[in-house]
Design a protein around this ligand. Sequence first.
Ligand SMILES: Cc1cc2nc3c(=O)[nH]c(=O)nc-3n(C[C@H](O)[C@H](O)[C@H](O)COP(=O)(O)O)c2cc1C
Length: 135
Amino acid sequence: MYTICYFSKVAPDLTDEEIQEIFDHTYHQNNEKGVCGILLHTMGNFFQVLEGDEAYLTDLYENRIKTDPRHHSIFEVIHKAGSDPVFTTYNSRFQTIDNSDQLNEVKQYLQKHAIRSSTSDKLARLLKSFIIFDY
Ligand SMILES: Cc1cc2nc3c(=O)[nH]c(=O)nc-3n(C[C@H](O)[C@H](O)[C@H](O)COP(=O)(O)O)c2cc1C
């Protein structure tokens, strides 16, 4: 199992429809390929957690996601081999968190990987921008 987690900034000219296309594509593609995790969008940022096969994930992330012009300024939080995955299904169909189960999974994931907002100022700011993180 491999895991990657990052924040990024949404490209300035992206419309709501274009954001929805990213969500739809990601949801279908990742479910088909057995990738777990979450994609959130709020206040001009994306936050994504990916869990799955190392070869598939690193190729997806390095060659497609990182070079995708629909976002920029990627800030990587985690990029490493992991043990048991935290996410069991891929939920990219929502843009704001309104479900405490999903929220708990994100929290569990960050706790499991010992990610604290105190790790860096930048991370603290990013986590705060996703108001859900009362770290
Ligand atoms: C923020 C963001 C997250 C994305 N996450 C995924 C993802 O998890 N899985 C995926 O297949 N594509 C994802 N994409 C889309 C890819 O960057 C890329 O457009 C897509 O994989 C291209 O697929 P194709 O080569 O089959 O056309 C994401 C794009 C953005 C902007």
